[in-house]
Design a protein around this ligand. Sequence first.
Ligand code: NAD
Ligand code: DAU
Length: 340
Amino acid sequence: MRLLVTGGCGFIGANFIRHMLTSRDDVAVVNLDKLTYAGNPLSLSDIEERFGGSRYHFVKGDIADAPLVESLLRDQGVDAVVNFAAETHVDRSIADPAPFLTTNVMGTQVLLEAARRTGLPRFVHVSTDEVYGALGPEGKFTEKTPLAPNSPYSASKASADLLCRAYFKTYGLPVVVTRCSNNYGPYQFPEKLIPLMILKAQANEPLPVYGDGLQVRDWIHVLDHCRGVELALMKGEPGDIYNFGSDNEKANLEVVRTLLAILGKPESLIRFVADRPGHDRRYAMGFEYAGKRLGFAPQIAFADGLSQTVAWYRENADWLQAVQSGAYREFMDTWYEERA
Ligand code: NAD
Ligand code: DAU
């Protein structure tokens, strides 16, 4: 099976490509990535070395570039698209929503249209729990929960999900949508909570916790998410939606305190800063349907996954150094200056 994986130089895409190429020999990957501030070919340098020229091929480009996408589908003999490419950081979407619409909505439509025109037999669109909005203290999201996105990021992802639905209903395009909770693990860009806090704690800098820090996320190890996407690709029913989660609800403050304990740093580094506007209070994913239909079951316990993740960031200082480019610093400095 020849896959066009988009956004493969980002956090989850890179983990997915590594997982697919190293655990199976029936898959080849074309990785289409624009290399935005969040895309880093370094995350796949081992894969390039091992599989480059045979089962792995990188193309720098934009999913919103219609002629490029269509020619890749036609010329590369692609059997399936797995769409990870997106602008993904909620805070950046609050600061400037426009790129989120261009990539997440228009880019997805370009991919769907190229798939329709070329008669592609399989399309997996990777989405998020954030399309469902926020929960109160009880209950979980299911695939039937109405869409109620609250940030420009989640609104753009919900829009893309609706386009997937429209292409399935109108044209019969065999699209599967997956929705996952918060991922953590190696190669995550250090603007997201866990790697950001590891980085700051290691440097003995203040750890910026939004609001009261009691917002809840359902953390899943990135490899468990990748295995879910693999199942959706191989066994998903066209037109279906599959939720992935890990039954692992944690308040942000608890996650930050656990990280400080692993790193042997004092809790006095915690700083409560201005809350994120429109901050979703709680997410929790019901993934019974994916369990029943796909055999999905998360395998990595949070305590193990988190310790391994901290160890990975400690051992990969070069990678961290490389991703903290000028563009990264510019956004981070302005955003956190305003919140302090
Ligand atoms: P990321 O920000 O780490 O990586 C995104 C990648 O997409 C980067 O390599 C970037 O260069 C690339 N990209 C951006 N715009 C592009 C464009 N126009 N054309 C081609 N490539 C482009 O993101 P991530 O955390 O790995 O998330 C991947 C996908 O999974 C996203 O669709 C996201 O919405 C979804 N998701 C993420 C999480 C999470 O916790 N991180 C959870 C659920 C779903
Ligand atoms: O739920 C899935 C989503 O998870 C994905 O769709 C998004 O792409 C991904 O970015 C992530 O969104 P969140 O907004 O939940 O993740 P983030 O790591 O930005 O924040 C996690 C929680 O931590 C959230 O409640 C905000 C809080 N936070 C975050 C940062 C960056 C802080 O308190 N301080 C911070 O500095």
